[in-house]
Design a protein around this ligand. Structure first.
Ligand code: MF3
Ligand code: CO
Length: 247
């Protein structure tokens, strides 16, 4: 069963999402060549606490940090470290917030300084595929209408969609039902209803979709070493259509 949220839940989730969006905006401003992925983590933690919220990822299944910071060929779950961000890198920042028991989840990918044209197009395509997916998050649609809209667009642009990681329901926990693949045929899965809240999060690669997990047990990288991009929003399905909570 996919849990439906009450009006009160949605209000609280909106607050959670607003906090997360504000934190992300501040963190985004700090990204420049020379900072480390751990700097990004520390700033994220400080800003989340300053907003009277809790980092949702820290301790989740043993995840050791506030942020996931995934650079270049890293797809997702990059663990912050002393790694220095360089001009030409693309950096995905994934953050989750728990505000009074209400969870929101968001990711963006940023170019650092001048990046090559292919990486730029990868980032744009990932962002646009998320927007297309969100447009399908409407009462009466099937879940995989979201999946299909993302996959068909990304593949038409010449990129591939990661299979091993998917979006998810969210709200009173970081991960709720359903899983939301970023690939598949349209018209399958549960029928979407007003009151559902979904974290939609396409991860796309320049090369193949296959991935490997590093020895740290978390970080996913592309098998062929090509760059990867990731965008995510927490979205409520309402009688006025999809509402992005993380903005
Ligand atoms: N947005 C990612 C997800 O929903 C990040 C989770 S990091 C984890 O899977 F540490 F919480 F797992
Ligand atoms: Co997520």
């Amino acid at each position: 069963m996919i849990p439906l949220k009450s009006e009160k839940d949605l209000q609280m989730l909106r607050q959670s999402g607003k906090i997360l969006a504000a934190v992300m905006q501040q963190v985004q401003k700090s990204i420049r060549p020379g900072i480390t992925t751990l700097d990004i983590d520390r700033l994220s933690q400080e800003l989340i606490l300053r907003n009277n919220a809790i980092a949702a990822f820290k301790g989740y299944k043993g995840y050791p940090a506030t942020a996931c910071v995934s650079v270049n060929e890293e797809i997702v779950h990059g663990i912050p470290s002393g790694r220095v961000i360089l001009e030409g890198d693309i950096v995905s920042i994934d953050l989750g917030v728990n505000y009074q028991g209400y969870f929101s989840d968001m990711a963006i990918t940023l170019p650092v300084g001048k990046v090559d044209q292919n990486k730029k197009k990868l980032i744009e395509t990932a962002r646009d595929s998320l927007d297309l997916g969100i447009k399908q998050a409407r009462a009466g649609n099937n879940l995989t209408d979201i999946s299909h809209s993302i996959q068909s667009f990304v593949e038409a642009e010449g990129f591939s969609v990661v299979r091993q990681f998917v979006g998810h329901g969210i709200g009173l926990a970081l991960h709720e039902e359903p899983e939301i693949p970023n690939f598949g045929k349209p018209g399958y899965g549960p029928v979407l209803e007003n009151g559902m809240v979904l974290a939609i999060e396409p991860m796309i690669n320049i090369g193949g979709w296959e991935c490997l997990i590093l020895d740290n047990g978390w970080t996913a990288v592309t098998k062929d070493g090509t760059p990867s991009a990731h965008f995510e929003h927490t979205v409520a399905i309402t009688d006025k259509g999809p509402v992005i909570l993380t903005q």
